[in-house]
Design a protein around this ligand. Structure first.
Ligand code: MSP
Length: 531
């Protein structure tokens, strides 16, 4: 994503999660990624609106509530609380939590419907086909596996439907969409997802139904209360409702005045078609500008199958955070899974990665560095800057443009790659200390050389912590505090206005500060015992 166009506003969304159960690790994954992106944009001084929320209407939710013997709204309220508490536990700093049952949402849906209706893009017809309630989507025969089961929800048969529905004239937008994908190749990412969409659209777009009968849980079609608006038509508009200020009158104009168009819709690959085909066509019909980008990430899988509530093969994120802490969970998913690819979760690997990267590599560098600064430099940061090092110095040569490279990577949503780039500096710093053995030089009375070495390593650990702060805000804060800064990355406000310009560079900061006491920033994890 090229965001270096001087745009200081950045609105991004996670999907609005179904409330058919408490959040699982798949929902947590999208939200963690979005949070890291939002944090990085804020760190650079941008004005960010990070939207998440819940999708509460439709058959799936209605049935879940019925099975539990609860009123749907009561059920939704309970599940929403659990989403919010998980986001708090994971240090997710969202700005808006959009609920499709919120009072102001219906006004937005009705106005939008009206615009599309006025365009002549809605009509009544007969819908026949196989419906997967878990996907809330009609499926083509060829998309189903044996016995008409959904390929994603392999334990759920799709249901045959034959009913009158209102349809949206998607076919009218065939050419507009093809032109969109052509003129804005970045609109759908990564490239593999773009190709999927291009192939799908090439087969010819069919109109899709946007109402349901025999379903109460949702908004009525404004022109015909015998029909309920299809959950996806309603849910996508939740992104628009989220843009309203808390006390603003719920009109489309108000909602779209400040933050539209949205910069990034981050979603999983299963809901790509809705975001990259249906949504832009709906917006075009209503005469609205389109979002800048839709990024479809991969699945967290267990034995190759998508983890999810329906298959029941998921991991409880509450338990994971409880056992290992927010930073550990965030780091693992952001570093280990290249955004866009699928990733299998394995607890042994989880512990290995965290112990190695955060305890043995990052934590160890900070610890030994502070220890030596205390011993050899009275606990002061040596008064040096980048200018005191030659350009081929082993750490300066990596550190000097690391900030710029990492900005580029974050902007391209290469979060795992940016972790790797940062770790390269941390690993090189540990090796540099080993190779140059400042303890020997100190004994030989080479004070200036000792200071040169320790400052270079100190600056490298600081820069790494700063650039990793969108990923591991808690650990980065601890490192910064031990380095003598009053910075808490879980509080949005930068310490100085030009903070990013100074802190994202190697060897540019003033060293006028007292270093703190070294204490471990990440305690090694142990595999839970078998019993
Ligand atoms: N309610 C719709 C979205 C409406 S957006 C206007 C929905 N909800 S969902 O709860 O089923 O899924 C939300 C997101 O979680 C999707 O992006 C989906 O891909 C993601 N994940 C659910 N399970 C997942 C994994 N196992 N792995 C990674 N992400 C997955 O769809």
């Amino acid at each position: 994503m090229n965001n270096s166009d001087g745009n200081f506003k950045f609105a991004l969304t996670t999907p609005l999660y179904y409330v058919n159960g408490v959040p699982h690790i798949g929902s947590a994954y999208t939200t963690i990624v979005a949070d890291a992106i939002a944090r990085f944009q804020r760190l650079q001084g941008k004005s960010v609106l990070f939207i998440t929320g819940t999708d509460e209407h439709g058959q799936k939710i209605q049935r879940t509530a019925e099975e539990l013997g609860l009123e749907p709204q009561v059920h939704c309220d309970r599940i929403v609380d659990s989403f919010k508490s998980l986001w708090d536990l994971l240090d997710i700093q969202y700005d808006r939590f959009s609920r499709t049952t919120a009072p102001n949402h219906q006004a937005i849906v009705n106005q939008f419907f009206e615009r599309v209706w006025q365009q002549g893009d809605i009509y009544l017809d007969r819908q026949q086909g196989w419906y997967c309630v878990s996907c809330e989507e009609f499926k083509e025969e060829r998309e189903l596996i044996e016995n008409h089961h959904c390929a994603i929800h392999t334990n759920k048969p799709a249901e045959w439907r034959d009913e009158e529905n209102y349809f949206f004239r998607l076919s009218k937008y065939q050419q507009r969409l093809e032109e969109l994908y052509e003129s804005r190749p970045d609109f759908i990412q990564p490239v593999s997802r773009r190709n999927e969409v291009l192939n799908f659209v090439k087969q010819g777009l069919k109109d899709f139904s946007i109402s349901r009968v025999n379903l109460d849980w949702g908004f009525p079609i404004p022109t015909d209360d015998q029909h309920t608006i299809y959950v996806w038509f309603d849910a996508l508009l939740g992104y628009v409702t989220a843009l309203l200020e808390p006390d603003q009158k719920p009109t489309l104009d108000n909602a779209l005045s400040q933050w539209w168009p949205i910069e990034l819709h981050l979603i999983g690959k299963d809901i790509l078609r809705f975001h990259a085909v249906y949504w832009p066509a709906m917006l075009a019909s209503a005469g609205l500008p389109l979002p800048k980008m839709v990024f479809g990430h991969g699945f967290l899988t267990k034995d190759g199958l998508k983890m999810g509530k329906t298959l029941g093969n998921t991991i409880d994120p509450f338990n994971l955070v409880d056992r290992y802490g927010a930073d550990a969970v965030r780091y693992y998913f952001l570093k280990e899974i290249e955004l866009g690819k699928d990733g299998d979760f394995n607890e042994t690997r989880f512990i290995e990665v965290l112990n190695n990267d955060l305890a043995n590599v990052l934590g160890n560098l900070l610890n030994r560095n502070l220890g030596m600064l205390k011993k050899y430099c009275q606990g002061n940061a040596p008064q040096l800057t980048s200018d005191d090092y030659s350009s081929d110095h082993p750490l300066k040569s990596i550190g000097v443009d690391l900030g710029d490279r990492v900005v580029e990577m974050y902007n391209n949503l290469q979060i795992s790659q940016s972790c790797e780039a940062i770790l390269t500096l941390v690993r090189a710093s540990n090796k540099y200390i080993d190779d140059s053995a400042p303890w020997k030089l100190f004994k030989q009375g080479e004070q200036a050389e000792v200071e040169q070495i320790l400052y270079a390593a100190l600056e490298s650990v600081r820069l790494s912590a700063y650039l990793l702060s969108p990923i591991i805000p808690g650990i980065s804060s601890k490192i910064y505090q031990q380095l003598g800064f009053e910075r808490d990355f879980n509080h949005n406000k930068p310490v100085q206005e030009n903070e990013f310009q100074l802190h994202s560079k190697w060897g540019k900061l003033s060293n006028d500060r007292t270093l703190g006491k070294a204490s471990p920033v990440f305690s090694k994890l142990e595999l839970p015992s078998e019993d």
